[in-house]
Ligand binder design. Structure first.
Ligand code: FES
Ligand SMILES: [Fe+2]
Length: 413
C-alpha cells in the first residue's frame, strides 16, 4: 500500500480495460453517476416475469436503480411500468411487493392513478363549500409519475426510461438473443422466489457472474463432482456492446482429467463422494449436451440453467456496499412430476445456501472488505489478454472486460 488517503483516486487510463481501480466499488459520486448514466440511461432494466402478472390488475413493485417502480398488467392485458411515486407529494403509491389493483390511490391524500400511471382524480379538487381546492386550470394530464417504455421478450419484462434504447433484440445482439431463446422457449412456471442480501457493490456480483475463470476454482462442488471444470468443452459469448454475455459448458466426458488434476487445486477433492448421487442426475432438456449456461443482460439480469435448475436473478443496488439479489426459480408450465422433482433437487446447488453459489455470495464481500482503503490501487483483469470478444476458452476474463467497456461508455469514467 502506498501512503495515499482513502479519499484520493487513482486515474483510470483511457482505453484500459485490464486494470479496474478499486474506488469504483465504494465511491458515492460513482454511485450517483450510475443512476443517471445507467439506470435512467439507454439500457433495458429487467423488471420481472410475465408469469408473475398472469391477470389484469396484477402488479409487483421493484426498482430501476434507486427508483421505485410499479409493474402492472392493465385492463388491455399489456404490461406497463411507471415510477412508484405519487403525483402529489411523492409518497409511494403501492406499498406491497405484489398484489391486485383496480387503481393506485395514494394513502396520503387519496390522489388516484389508473393502471397506466395516469393521474385520474384529486381528492377535494374543488375544495369545500366553494373554498380551497386546486386552481381551476390544474390539468391532471400534466402531472404523474414517470413512465417507462416496456418490452416483453421470452416471458421477461424489461423497462427503460430512455428514448434512445434500441429494441430489446438489437440491444442483446443476435448471439445472446439466440441463447436466451434456447432456454426460455415455452411458457414459464414459477417455483419460488427469495432475496439474498449481498454485502458488496452490485458490480462485484455482476463481474462474478461473468467471471468464467473462477467457476471451477472457487466452487469446490463444481470441480469435484465434474459439474463444470475449465477443462470441459464450452465457451464464452460476449455481445458486441460488451455488456451481455453467455458462458456455457458441455457435459464431462468421464474418466480422469489429467490437465485439471495437475493443478493440485483446493477445488478438486478426489476423495470426496456423494451419498446420494441423484442430485447430479440430469435430463438433457434442451437436447444439445450443454448442461450449464449462465447468461447476463446489463445492468441487472441473469438467466441460469445449471443442470435442470432454471432461475432468473435480478441484481438491485441498494447503496455502494449493499446489493439485493432476487432469485426466481422457474420451470415450464408443462413440467411433469419427474422434472419438478429434478428442478427442486438441483435447486440445492444454487442460492445463498447452495452447494455451489453460496461461495459467490461470500466472495463479493471478501473483495469489498479486502479493497477498503485501496482507492489508489487496481485489480488485474488480464486473463486471456485484453480482448472483449467471444472466446472458446473460459480461462479468460473477456466478458469482464466487455462489462467495463459498456459501463464506461455509459458512466463516462
Ligand atoms: S402524497 Fe399522494 S396524495 Fe398526497
Ligand atoms: Fe460462481
Amino acid at each position: 500500500m502506498t501512503a495515499h488517503s482513502t479519499q484520493e483516486r487513482s486515474a483510470w487510463p483511457q482505453n484500459e480495460l485490464t486494470r479496474v481501480p478499486y474506488w469504483v466499488y465504494d465511491d458515492q459520486d460513482v454511485y450517483r453517476q450510475e443512476q443517471e448514466g445507467i439506470y435512467q440511461g439507454p439500457v433495458w432494466n429487467y423488471l420481472g416475469l410475465e408469469a408473475e402478472l398472469p391477470e389484469k390488475g396484477d402488479y409487483k413493485t421493484t426498482f430501476v436503480g434507486d427508483m421505485p417502480v410499479i409493474v402492472v398488467r392493465g385492463e388491455d392485458g399489456t404490461i406497463s411500468a411507471f415510477e412508484n411515486r405519487c403525483s402529489h407529494r411523492g409518497s409511494l403509491l403501492a406499498l406491497k411487493n405484489r398484489g391486485k389493483a383496480q387503481n393506485f390511490t395514494c394513502v396520503y391524500h387519496a390522489w388516484s392513478h389508473d393502471l397506466k400511471g395516469n393521474l385520474k382524480s384529486v381528492a377535494f379538487r374543488r375544495g369545500i363549500n366553494g373554498e380551497g381546492g386546486m386552481p381551476a386550470d390544474f390539468d391532471l394530464k400534466q402531472h404523474g409519475p414517470r413512465k417507462l417504455r416496456t418490452e416483453t421478450f421470452c416471458g421477461l419484462v424489461f423497462g427503460t426510461l430512455s428514448a434512445e434504447t434500441p429494441d430489446i433484440e438489437t440491444y442483446l445482439g443476435e448471439a445472446v438473443t439466440a441463447r436466451l431463446r434456447r432456454v426460455l422457449h415455452k411458457p414459464i412456471r414459477i417455483y419460488g422466489q427469495y432475496t439474498q442480501a449481498l454485502p458488496n457493490n452490485w458490480k462485484l456480483y455482476f463481474e462474478n457472474v461473468k467471471d468464467t475463470y473462477h467457476s471451477s476454482l472457487l466452487h469446490t462442488f463444481f470441480a469435484t463432482f465434474k459439474v463444470s471444470r475449465l477443462s470441459q468443452g464450452g465457451g464464452v459469448i460476449v455481445s458486441d456492446s460488451g455488456g451481455h454475455h453467455v458462458s456455457y459448458s458441455l457435459s464431462h466426458k468421464g474418466g480422469k482429467d489429467e490437465e485439471f488434476a495437475k493443478e493440485g487445486l483446493r477445488s478438486n477433492q478426489e476423495d470426496f463422494s456423494l451419498n446420494d448421487a441423484s442430485v447430479l442426475d440430469i435430463v438433457d432438456e434442451f437436447g444439445d449436451g450443454c448442461h450449464v449456461q449462465i447468461l447476463s443482460v446489463f445492468p441487472g439480469f441473469v438467466l441460469q440453467a445449471i443442470h435442470n435448475s432454471l432461475a432468473v436473478r435480478q441484481i438491485l443496488p441498494k447503496n455502494t456496499q449493499q446489493t439485493d439479489l432476487i432469485w426466481t426459480l422457474i420451470g415450464f408450465t408443462d413440467d411433469d412430476e419427474r422434472m419438478q422433482t429434478l428442478r427442486m433437487k438441483h435447486a440445492n446447488l444454487v442460492g445463498p445456501a447452495g452447494y455451489v453459489s453460496m461461495e459467490d455470495g461470500a466472495v463479493g464481500g471478501f473483495v469489498q472488505r479486502g479493497t477498503a482503503g485501496a482507492s489508489c490501487e487496481s485489480s488485474v483483469v488480464m486473463m486471456g489478454g485484453s480482448s472483449t470478444l467471444t472466446s472458446s476458452s473460459r480461462a479468460s476474463e473477456n466478458s469482464i472486460r466487455g462489462f467495463w467497456k459498456f459501463y464506461r461508455n455509459l458512466v463516462k469514467l
